[in-house]
Design a binder for this molecule. Structure first.
Ligand SMILES: [Ca+2]
Length: 335
């Protein structure tokens, strides 16, 4: 909750900042217009229609996941080996000397695995023994405002060679957490029909509750844009998607009574027994499911499965090539 408040405050602060600079820009524009009117010598103006431009872009991105299945319990823990590539398509509109608005479609993929990220030989033994894993393929649509440090009052032709920028916006995404099904049901002998397949986790209600597959996020970050030639720019930035869900990994709260789940749900919700030698002698206790023993602390109703304190977030590192549309039209007009 504190995190959410912080995120909302940050957004409000940035919106305030943007509004302030916009107001300042307006005041400047009025001043400039007055000056222009006073010095009128024919056609002249502020950031007028002919300075506005539109373009399209293509990006390659690297995605990292921060959440319940990260290597350590810290907020900024991620397993770099699970970095997933992604592509994005975008369109942007330049509407001020410092301001660009961009809409983007991003295909994204996130991954995490307790077994591969945590060790049974250190303080992360809880995660190792939990033995959960996931992948999540996402389709994200975002609208983001970019604020340049260096301004350009004229047309795209005289835009600066490079400028740092910051961005903030809103994103909506469709996601679908999945995990690979184990060979057997929880009884350890009956083969699972879905063995080895990627199974959708949301319909199984592994923690007893449902969540929406459409979610929202606040993208924010910083980077720099480099002019390649008259029409091409290269953008490089790094940022976070602060989401409003803890279920990107299908892990957030406690284990539920295994009797309340389907056979497949049971096998996907509690996975400690898949580790060789588990449940360990001395810590093997009966679960609520008849005939199935679990490791003490895992798999019984109320045992901790995840941490609901923090939502899952992801980091997006991007390199984007953009092309300014209508350049030949402008050239023809001003030659
Ligand atoms: Ca989570």
């Amino acid at each position: 909750m504190r995190k959410l408040c912080f995120a909302l405050l940050s957004v409000l602060f940035l919106v305030g900042l943007a509004y302030d600079s916009f107001a300042q820009f307006n005041r400047k524009a009025i001043k400039r217009n007055n000056k222009n009117i006073a010095n009128y010598r024919g056609k002249k103006g502020g950031f007028g229609k002919r300075n506005v431009y539109t373009g399209i872009g293509f990006s390659v991105n690297a995605l990292n996941y921060f959440g319940d299945l990260a290597p350590t319990p810290s907020t900024f823990s991620t397993d770099i080996s699970f970095t997933a590539p992604s592509i994005g398509l975008s369109a942007f509109h330049r509407f001020g000397p410092r301001y660009t608005l961009q809409v983007q479609y991003l295909y994204a993929s996130l991954q995490g695995s307790d077994k591969e990220s945590a060790s049974k030989d250190d303080e992360n033994v809880f995660r190792y023994q939990r033995n959960l894993s996931f992948r999540n393929r996402m389709h994200e649509l975002s609208a983001v405002a970019y604020f340049d440090l260096f301004e350009n009052q004229a047309t795209y032709i005289s835009r600066v060679g490079w400028t740092p920028y910051a961005y903030i916006g809103l994103a909506a995404f469709y996601h679908n957490p999945q995990a690979k099904a184990p060979a057997n049901e929880l009884d350890g002998v009956t083969s699972l029909a879905e063995a080895g397949q990627w199974v959708d986790l949301q319909p199984l209600k592994t923690e007893g509750n449902s969540y929406s597959l459409i979610q929202f996020a606040v993208p924010f970050g910083a980077g720099a844009r480099f002019r390649i030639n008259e029409v091409f720019d290269l953008w490089a930035d790094i940022g976070f998607r602060y989401t409003f869900t803890d279920y990107l990994d299908d892990v957030s709260g406690n284990y539920v009574d295994l009797n309340t789940l389907s056979t497949l749900g049971q096998a996907m919700a509690y996975r400690t027994n898949e580790l060789a030698g588990y449940p360990t002698p001395g810590l093997s206790i009966p679960s609520e499911l008849a005939g199935v023993n679990v490791q003490a602390g895992y798999g019984r109703a109320g045992d901790q499965r995840g941490s609901p304190k923090q939502n899952d977030i992801y980091m997006v590192t991007s390199i984007r090539l953009t092309y300014i549309l209508g350049a030949t039209f402008h050239k023809a007009k001003f030659r």
